[in-house]
Design a protein around this ligand. Structure first.
Ligand code: XMP
Length: 585
């Protein structure tokens, strides 16, 4: 049951990984919606149980005889509803802690050592457990780290067994599932496809589904699931060519969907609708804003032209679980999680459709790697499933602009190149020039860790890049006044095309999570732009490492890119995230 915690779906996923089917429900679901459950887990969440309007639950769930485990906020909620006392602790407890077990014979901790590593994230705590509960374990900060009432089959833990940092977390979940709930291992991930298709049929009812597809993994898998579930008469997709796509992307989409039948996916060319309003714009947030607005306009135009607002259609989206966390809240309960950044499929117009029940998101409970597995179960090719993520606003955020011409100046260990890019330091966004070093790149590759230090030391710089090859010394170049134009996008597409081809052929694309190629308006004479290579390793895009490239490949790539006369130089971004972001914007 979801009380707004960022880890709620991780719990559901861990349970599935243990071979037990699990579903996420809003915490306030009535008992009648839950009677089929063999066990219930209540997630953690950011609220305080004693705050007005914090998530609660149907108290009847706790007296229904279904084994229930409350995690963090879940434990506090059980306590509050059953007459115990929850208070703010004297100090918070965030991160690694040590759990001391006081009792033997608890089924929840069966087979576990008395002292173990756990992961905590709380300030509130259970000051007095409800009548009938006994305290099982504590830490130095929290006297009630685990409680239970065996008679009512209710359990609570203050720590998070679902995260890997809790060393025995999986054992505790296993004890709950198999020792307490009597679950059997009968959930096979291969059943997922059939189950999702059932859910699609149920949600769609008599209605048809309309999709905007991007060619990316998530929207493609979601679209094909709907197609399998409902048939080609009831599903159609449009791919909008914004003019901000990579080389060959539109062809790739055409080929991917070609076998599906006539007009199942159509291509809408809308280049001018995007590039027109971007003319003369250099500020990254403004670029994003314009692109977002244009997307909505184009979508509305297409939906109106096709009569999709007549109640017989709903809109399908490839939203996956992390998209909903970052936008604040699960797909079903938006109000109670903190907003990190609003994702494009959670903008106000879409939000309204969600409220009206006009959206279908078959993958909203899954993480990216699960979506890839589902795609593999459906028999989709690795060429499709293993594509690197590509941002919604497309090449616009990799085509850097400058409102004015600026000289390059000498700065600490390198050159200050006044092309402003976005970075992330602490919890806030930075927007600052880049430091360019003309060190030989094989030595530069070893500078990746030092680059972070250099950024921290060099006030006003948020990235460091090393020059791989250049027509002129950096000191003789300048930053040109530059915007997003057809010509610059074409240049970027060519450079990006070379990088993609060479990384695929060399197998290097398997070593990176993503490989953005960025165009910056740095040059001299007629060669007014330079290309930055940004190969990164990451798990989820939230943090990332600048990846070292083999020297041979790096130089071969730079050589090929420099054959384009408009390119003045090729650089290599040494910055980890943080302090740099992955995209330059
Ligand atoms: P940053 O630049 O914030 O990027 O380090 C983190 C990851 O997010 C991707 N990204 C986006 N993906 N829509 C998307 O679907 C967007 O607007 C967007 N902006 C950034 C980026 O490519 C990287 O993988």
């Amino acid at each position: 049951m979801d009380t707004g915690g960022q880890y709620c779906h991780l719990i559901a996923r861990k349970v599935r990984e243990l071979g037990v089917s699990s579903e996420v429900f809003p915490s306030e679901s009535p008992i009648d919606a839950l009677r089929h459950a063999k066990g219930i887990i209540i997630s953690g969440g950011p609220s305080s149980v004693y705050d007005h309007s914090s998530p609660t639950m149907d108290p009847a769930v706790l007296s229904a005889g279904i084994p229930t485990l409350g995690i963090c906020y879940g434990q506090q909620l059980i306590t509050q509803l059953l007459g115990g006392d929850v208070r703010k602790g004297d100090k918070g407890e965030f991160g690694l802690a040590f759990l001391d077990l006081h009792t033997t014979g608890s089924r929840l901790f069966a087979g576990l050592a008395d002292h173990q590593k756990i992961w905590m994230s709380h300030r509130d705590l259970v000051a007095v457990p409800p009548t009938g509960f006994r305290v099982l374990a504590s830490t130095t900060t929290c006297a009630t780290a685990a409680i239970e009432d065996e008679a009512r089959r209710l359990y609570g833990v203050q720590f998070h067994p679902e995260v890997v940092h809790t060393t025995e977390g999986v054992r505790i979940l296993e004890n709950f599932l198999f020792g307490i709930c009597d679950c059997v291992k009968d959930w096979n991930p291969a059943n997922r496809v059939a189950l999702i298709e059932d859910q699609i049929r149920e949600r769609a009812g008599e209605r048809s589904v309309f999709f905007f597809v991007s060619g990316g993994v998530d929207s493609t898998v979601a679209f094909l699931l709907c197609l399998e579930a409902l048939g080609s008469e009831r599903v159609c997709g449009v791919y909008v060519d914004t003019g901000l796509m990579r080389q060959g992307e539109t062809d790739f989409v055409e080929e991917t969907f070609a076998g599906l039948g006539h007009d199942v996916v159509t291509i809408e060319r809308a280049e001018e609708e995007f590039l027109g309003p971007l003319e003369g714009v250099h500020e990254p947030e403004l670029k994003r804003h314009i692109i977002g607005e244009q997307f909505v306009k184009v979508q509305e135009r297409i939906m109106a032209a096709r009569g999709l607002a007549d109640g017989t259609w709903i809109l399908g989206q490839g939203t996956i679980y992390p998209d909903t966390i970052e936008s604040g809240g699960s797909a079903r309960d938006q109000s109670k999680t903190a907003t990190i950044k609003t994702h494009h499929n959670r903008v106000p117009g879409i939000q309204k459709l969600i409220e009206q029940g006009l959206i279908i998101e078959p993958l909203a409970d899954f993480y990216k790697d699960e979506v890839r597995e589902i795609g593999r179960e459906m028999g989709l090719s690795s060429a499709l499933l293993d594509r690197h993520p590509f941002p919604g606003p497309g090449l616009a955020i990799r085509c850097l602009c400058s409102a004015e011409e600026h000289p390059v100046t000498r700065f600490s260990e390198g050159w200050l190149v006044p092309v402003h890019s976005v970075g992330v330091q602490g919890d806030s966004r930075s927007y600052a020039p880049v430091l360019a070093i003309d060190t030989f790149p094989s030595a530069a590759a070893r500078l990746q860790d030092e680059a972070t230090e250099l950024v921290n030391r060099s006030v006003g710089v948020n990235r460091v890049m090393a020059c791989v090859a250049s027509r002129e010394p950096i000191g003789r170049q300048k930053v040109f006044a530059s915007y997003i134009t057809h010509g610059r996008l074409e240049l970027l597409r060519r450079a990006d095309g070379i990088v993609r081809e060479m990384s695929r052929e060399s197998g290097f694309d398997k070593n990176v999570w993503q490989f953005p190629v960025i165009l910056i308006p740095l040059g001299a004479g007629e060669s007014r732009d330079s290309v930055v290579l940004r190969p990164i390793g990451s798990v989820d895009g939230m943090t990332a490492d600048s990846v070292t490239m083999p020297d041979g490949l790096l130089h071969a790539m730079a050589g090929r890119i420099l054959e384009i006369p408009e390119v003045a130089g090729v650089y290599y971004d040494l910055t980890h995230k943080p302090p740099g972001t992955i995209e330059w914007e």
